[in-house]
Write a protein that binds this ligand. Structure first.
Ligand code: MN
Length: 295
């Protein structure tokens, strides 16, 4: 019998804010963002389903830089389009994941797809920031499109299921290439489900709770929010009172200093200053205006 880790904190979602005009998000890591408590992850924005009217100009966020970490976008409803200065572009829809490694630095833009913009409708997504180990912070930028069909699905019984986006669950391996030891499980629990999920010794683990009612130590948890677990024990136990959608994030803490400033996440303030200088000097590349592409 695996010993279950105790839940130690539940962080209700802070107030939502707009990212550009396309994504109405709650920063679920709240005050723990960019801390060793959540390493190797940095932060998580969740955009609950939001209805958009049809329009002509894609909502979203225009060209901006990143350096020193990875952005992982999981789409639940609608379609999101990405383009970056390393020459990568792609459109992802429900169940698809985009794993972008900013590494040494790039510029990118994140919009609703042109089709999505024209027809309007629900858009829901999560964007996770994953830190890079110090030795990999200047890796060349990279981009992985991970389609729903490529993501292994583990049957948890009774209609509950777990998608392995990164890392592994039992024999199932996630398609994402990662720079440190981590697991991203996208989970749907049916009402009444009681599941026990194994967690490796020494890993941080947290549950980003999006929808439905999780029942933990005699309490119904409001959603969305973040459930933190103790560092001791070999598994976590989750009970669902109604159908639940959540993301379970676990991984080895990097144990390295974190210097975060806006779109840059490095190890020292000196590296942050250098990132700002390099960005201003155009060393993170250029991104022509979307409209000027004639696309
Ligand atoms: Mn971005």
């Amino acid at each position: 019998m695996m010993s279950a880790r105790q839940p130690v904190a539940f962080l209700p979602a802070p107030a939502p804010h707009w990212v550009g005009d396309g994504f109405f998000v709650v920063p679920l890591f709240a005050d723990l963002a960019f801390s060793e408590e959540v390493s190797p992850f940095l932060m998580l924005d969740y955009a609950a389903p939001h209805e958009f009217a049809p329009r002509t100009k894609p909502p979203g966020v225009g060209a901006h830089p990143h350096r020193g970490f990875e952005t992982v976008t999981i789409v639940y409803h609608g379609e999101v389009e990405h383009r970056d200065s390393a020459g990568n572009a792609g459109t992802i829809g429900p169940g698809d994941v985009q794993w972008m490694t900013a590494g040494s630095g790039l510029l990118h833009e994140e919009f609703h797809s042109r089709e999505q913009t024209k027809r309007g409708g629900l858009v829901s997504m999560a964007q996770l920031w994953v830190n890079l180990p110090a030795k990999d912070k200047s890796t060349p930028p990279a981009y992985q499109t991970i389609l729903n069909a490529q993501i292994p699905v583990v049957d948890l019984g009774g209609g509950s299921r777990l998608r392995v986006v990164a890392g592994a669950y039992a024999e199932a391996k996630g398609p994402a290439r990662t720079f440190s030891d981590l697991h991203v499980w996208d989970i749907e629990l049916k009402a009444g489900a009681d599941v026990v999920l194994p967690i490796a010794a020494g890993d941080n683990v947290m549950v980003a709770h999006f929808t439905g009612t999780l029942h933990v130590v005699g309490q119904d948890l409001p959603q969305p929010g973040l459930l933190m677990f103790a560092k001791v024990g070999e598994a976590i136990a989750l009970s669902a009172k109604s159908d639940v959608k959540c993301l379970v994030l676990s991984g080895k803490p990097l144990g390295e200093p974190i210097a975060a400033h806006g779109p840059f996440v490095m190890n020292t303030q000196e590296e942050i200053r250098q990132a700002i200088i390099d960005f201003r000097a155009g060393k993170m590349g250029r991104l022509e205006d979307f409209e000027s592409q004639g696309a």
